[in-house]
Design a protein around this ligand. Structure first.
Ligand code: ARG
Length: 480
């Protein structure tokens, strides 16, 4: 490709060191879309003839068929997917093929291809996120009234509803979906026409190429277009935070399903056994979700570290951006395939969930707040109830063992209505502050959540519509 300038053949070890075919062959279809759009835009600008544009398109469609059938065996000697396709095109159609690269560099070509590729994968990840959020809404509906211990510092704190707990994860994953949509929004402009770095002396029609590929328009700085990768970072930022959220949820379920907690019941179909210990039922899926998170975080760091010292604009280091991206995508896709059906099948041992709170101390805050409503300063109330808990602990009694008389002598400020708040059910039902754990409040948040899923679905649809414009370039019925 650059033979003109060189007096020696590239050494074999350099060829193999610099090739990127092992990480960019998966971009082949997107590269062909980009090339068809580029050829059409070149013809529109009068830079190639309409006949050449048709020949290029037909040649590329034939190459696409060869790739899809597995007949096309790319060669790493041709460095990357882009050179392999261009080389084959010239083999097939001769001189018209040699005109395809007019006004284009692999720098803007790869930047365009990557956006097309990532847009497509993000769309299906978006669908996966919707399925995950939907599974959480379903679990929250099912367990809206179910009482379980709520923890801080992993110490029992206050009773909560399991529905509220599921909705907490819904809230986090919803923000992840927003990050995903932000990532999609960050790749709506088309780098094609930025050239190697500075644009072109040729009268390229950048708007035309952008529109054909379903972009909102061309990127507005050629240096930025080929030299930056923050749109890929936006993917990693979604992926890493999503993986961390999935990992924390997994850790909870591993813990709550262990014998010592024991109130979360994992579906057999999502657990595995032991080769030695017949009694074992292990939460391997959840452990692996947790275990794969490090890779996803690592790929985010990998990209940032690669970028941090790079001079503007394109540097060959950028070729490596694909490796971590593809590996991260594979992990996130696998998590999104397994987590929603697992969550939908989780059951609860309701009796065991409350049994763990049988000492009643999780109601201590309720008693203190009851005293506040009877005019006692909160600090005093806190001290008084703390003293009662300590007393109970010393006498090996539970809060429920205290009789009306006990309460009267311990808390002369309390009235007869104190008894009414001394239950786990009353405790959760009375936490009706906005965003609180009361079942009626959770019901509201579930209904808000359902509405938001509809909105997210629409946002994804509009990106999908744009993306299908590029897909149409590969339909043989579409006229040039
Ligand atoms: N395989 C390269 C990449 O993925 C293509 C761009 C090469 N550009 C260059 N100036 N050598 O980044």
């Amino acid at each position: 490709m650059w033979k003109g300038r060189f007096s020696e053949e590239t050494s074999d070890v350099v060829r193999s060191f610099t090739q990127s075919l092992d990480i960019d062959w998966c971009l082949a279809e997107c590269d062909i879309q980009g090339s068809i759009a580029h050829a059409l835009a070149l013809a529109k600008a009068g830079l190639i003839s309409p006949g050449e544009s048709v020949a290029i398109r037909e040649g590329l469609m034939r190459i696409l068929a060869e790739i899809r059938s597995g007949e096309f065996i790319p060669s790493a000697d041709l460095e990357d997917v882009h050179m392999n396709i261009e080389h084959r095109l010239t083999e097939l159609i001769g001189s018209a093929g040699a005109r395809l690269h007019t006004g284009r560099s692999r720098n803007d070509q790869v930047a365009t291809t990557m956006r097309l590729f990532l847009r497509n994968r993000l769309l299906s990840l978006g669908d996966g996120m919707l399925r995950l959020l939907d599974a959480l809404l379903g679990a929250a509906r099912k367990h809206r009234e179910c009482i379980v211990p709520g923890y801080t510092h992993l110490q029992q704190a206050q009773p909560i509803t399991l529905g509220h707990y599921w909705m907490a994860h819904f809230a986090a994953f919803r923000r992840d979906l927003e990050r995903l949509l932000f990532a999609l929004d960050s790749m709506t402009e088309c780098p094609l026409g930025a050239g190697a770095l500075a644009g072109s002396t040729l009268p390229l029609d950048r708007e035309c190429a952008a529109a054909l590929l379903g972009f909102s328009g061309p990127t507005d700085n050629s240096l930025d277009s080929v030299g930056q990768r923050d749109y890929i970072f936006n993917y990693h930022s979604f992926a890493a935070m999503f993986a961390v959220h999935a990992s924390r949820l997994s850790e909870d379920l591993v813990l709550y399903s262990s014998q010592e907690f024991g109130w979360i019941l994992l579906p057999d179909a999502f657990c595995t056994g032991s080769s030695m210990m017949p009694q074992k039922k292990n939460p391997d899926v959840l452990e692996l979700i947790r275990g794969k998170t490090g890779q996803v975080i690592g790929h985010l760091l990998d990209l940032l570290v690669s970028l941090k010292g790079l001079p503007m604009t394109y540097d060959r280091d950028l070729q490596e951006d694909k490796r971590g991206m593809e590996s991260s995508l594979a992990v996130v896709e696998s998590v999104l395939a397994v987590l929603p059906p697992l969550l939908s099948a989780v059951e609860v041992d309701r009796e065991r969930a409350v049994r763990g709170m049988s000492d009643g101390f999780v109601l201590a805050t309720d008693v203190a707040e009851y005293l506040v409503q009877r005019g006692i300063p909160f600090r005093d109330a806190h001290w008084k109830v703390g003293r009662i808990v300590r007393d109970c602990l010393e006498k090996r009694k539970t809060l429920f063992d205290l009789t009306c008389e006990d309460w009267k002598s311990l808390l002369p400020e309390a009235g007869d209505d104190l008894a009414g708040i001394l239950s786990l059910r009353a405790s959760v039902e009375r936490r009706t502050t906005f965003g609180g754990t009361a079942p009626e409040e959770v019901a509201q948040r579930i209904s808000d959540g359902e509405k938001s899923l509809f909105e997210y679905g629409r946002a994804l649809e509009s990106h999908r519509k744009a993306h299908s414009t590029a897909g149409e370039l590969l339909c043989s019925s579409k006229p040039a």
